[in-house]
Design a protein around this ligand. Structure first.
Ligand code: C2O
Ligand code: CU
Ligand code: CU
Length: 560
């Protein structure tokens, strides 16, 4: 059965709990603009050919017949696709003609700190800045988007995002589908409203849950349909939603092959029937339509899932993302059996573990909306643009441990490095979407995810944040400096190792003027108490060995 757009809206509206779905008005006005039976054909953004990337307010029709104010780059929404070869210099002038501040971030691209799109580097309306840096990283489907302090959610929602594709010889040598068989799909959920506009108007709840829409656009097209030949395709999926997590599957739950995660190809294809794709994540998949009858339709959909424990959230509801319609026989090639070898970081070379504890504001525990009307916190902190929260020595392998003690799903994303996943507490083996190189990691309520990361591209200031853009704008972001020197004394610079029997905390030798304190949670001054075990001096520094199983998990050095 073909689903009409009206059926689709009715289904999603009935599953949607926010008031103001606007269905009645919509049915009336839609009569003037009937949706074609086959949906709207998918379109592709133009390729960026160099020069200026100008961000500007435009009047455009996302839903045909319904003009809306939107934000475009060089007149295009999504922005033009940037395509570079590994080793190329990427060069662009970012021109801000928005009427508000702007900075663009190259997500997953290892750009120098000054060109990375730190919110500190936003330029006012009318301003511009130049970026130029060599792209020296593996082939992959990266992307770019606005990263302006407290405006990221709005600016991305209204259109400021696009693909940044890197190609390299290792990928070229594989016979992967190319040209028309290599299809980038930027998937975003949209909040439907009577005028079919891209109005961004989060309510208080939306700042806690994220701005969750009931409709979907792909490459900016609602109800999108792509005619495919009966052949193998490579789809580059990018979840550019503000807050919506997708659980990607095909209409008939047919298997498909996962070939790449965030930062490029896996060692070998993995056959799957569904994968999680959080905001910020990319996944590349091979779909084989060869045995697919002429004229038949296959949906790309998102399966229902549980995980966000908040009552009333539409996170995890099932939906159709777009449709593929099979045409004549084509030849996109065959799937290779191996891809690009994966070199894991050396676990035995880990220098320190850094913990990021995600807690509810105000320290509440569970209980529906008890957490208050603001985003959760990372290590008890609310983002402050000009405060540096921790230092990371250049070139050292670290474990970054994300512990989600709050109620919401948080896709965590550091700038400045790619990482590998070591473990996910809820799953004895890593799910396929956690394998290979990543830059954004989904952390569900109650989960602890450990990643291996090495900042060996650039020194300087970077951010770590939640890629739920309402959470980011609400303060779920920290600043860190990748530094060549021995970091100064301070809480996060301690070397902390969780071993079976004890927690080993190593403070620098010259920290004798400081006191070591521990706490079960961070963010509450009253919970910090002095550590009573005495240190032993070793080569590494002053070692405090604290029996495991106690309440202390966080440690800091302070001047008594
Ligand atoms: Cu795509 Cu700082 O983010
Ligand atoms: Cu990023
Ligand atoms: Cu979050």
């Amino acid at each position: 059965m073909k689903t009409t757009r009206r059926d689709f809206l009715q289904t999603s509206c009935s599953a949607f709990t926010l008031a103001g779905c606007g269905l009645l008005i919509e049915q009336k006005s839609l009569a003037d603009h009937p949706i074609p039976a086959g949906g709207y054909p998918l379109v592709f953004p133009p390729e960026f050919t160099g020069g200026v990337l100008e961000a500007k307010v435009v009047n455009q029709e996302i839903w045909p017949g319904f003009p809306t104010t939107a934000l475009a780059l060089n007149g295009s929404l999504p922005g033009p696709t940037i395509r570079v070869k590994k080793g190329d210099h990427f060069k662009a002038r970012v021109q801000n003609s928005l009427g508000e501040s702007l900075v663009l971030h190259w997500h997953g691209i290892l750009a120098p700190s000054e060109m990375d799109g730190n919110p500190r580097d936003a330029v006012p309306s009318g301003g511009f800045y130049d970026v130029e840096f060599p792209v020296n990283q593996r082939a992959g489907t990266y992307w770019y988007h606005a990263h302006t302090d407290k405006l990221t959610g709005k600016q991305v929602y209204q259109g400021l995002a696009g693909f940044f594709i890197v190609e390299d010889p290792a990928e070229d040598s594989l016979a992967l589908p190319k040209g028309e068989f290599d299809v980038p799909l930027l998937i975003q959920d949209r909040v439907s409203n009577p005028g079919h506009t891209l109005a961004y108007s989060p309510m208080m709840d939306d700042m806690v849950l994220g701005y969750l829409g009931d409709a979907t656009t792909v490459n900016g097209v609602p109800n999108a349909t792509l005619s495919v030949t009966r052949s193998l395709y490579r789809f580059r999926l990018l979840n550019g939603s503000n807050a919506r997590v997708f659980r990607i599957a095909l209409g008939d739950n047919a298997p498909f092959k996962l070939i790449a995660n965030d930062a490029g190809l896996l060692a070998a294809p993995i056959e799957v029937t569904s994968i999680f794709l959080a905001p910020g994540n990319r996944a590349e998949i091979l779909v084989d339509f060869t045995s697919f009858p002429h004229g038949s339709t296959v949906e790309l959909k998102s399966l229902a899932f549980t995980g966000d424990t908040t009552m009333g959230s539409s996170q995890g509801t099932a939906r159709t993302l777009m449709r593929f319609v099979g045409q004549h026989i084509g030849n996109g090639g065959t799937a290779p059996s191996t891809l690009v070898p994966f070199a894991p970081h050396d676990l035995s070379a880990v220098k320190r573990t850094r913990q990021f504890m995600i807690t509810m504001p105000g320290g509440g525990h569970g209980g529906g909306h008890g957490g208050g009307m603001s985003a959760d916190l990372i290590n008890g902190l609310v983002y402050e643009m000009n405060r540096t929260d921790f230092m990371v020595p250049f070139g050292e392998i670290e474990i970054w441990e994300f512990q989600n003690m709050a109620e919401h799903i948080h896709p965590m994303h550091p700038h400045g490095a790619l990482f590998q996943v070591v473990s996910r507490s809820t799953s004895p083996t890593l799910p396929p979407e956690d394998t290979g190189w990543k830059d954004t990691i989904l952390v569900r309520p109650g989960e602890t995810v450990r990643t291996l990361v090495k900042f060996d591209s650039h020194e300087g200031a970077f951010v770590l944040h939640c890629h739920n853009l309402e959470h980011e704008d609400g303060g779920m972001m920290l600043n860190f400096d990748v530094t060549p020197s021995t970091p100064p004394i301070g809480g996060p610079q301690l070397d902390i190792r969780h071993e079976a029997e004890e927690i080993v905390v190593i403070a620098p030798h010259d920290a004798t003027a400081y006191r070591l304190e521990g706490a079960p949670h961070v963010g509450h001054e009253a919970l910090w108490t002095p550590v009573t075990v005495s240190p032993v001096h070793s080569e590494a520094g002053m070692e405090f060995r604290i029996p495991a199983g106690g309440t202390m998990r966080f440690f800091r050095l302070i001047k008594p």
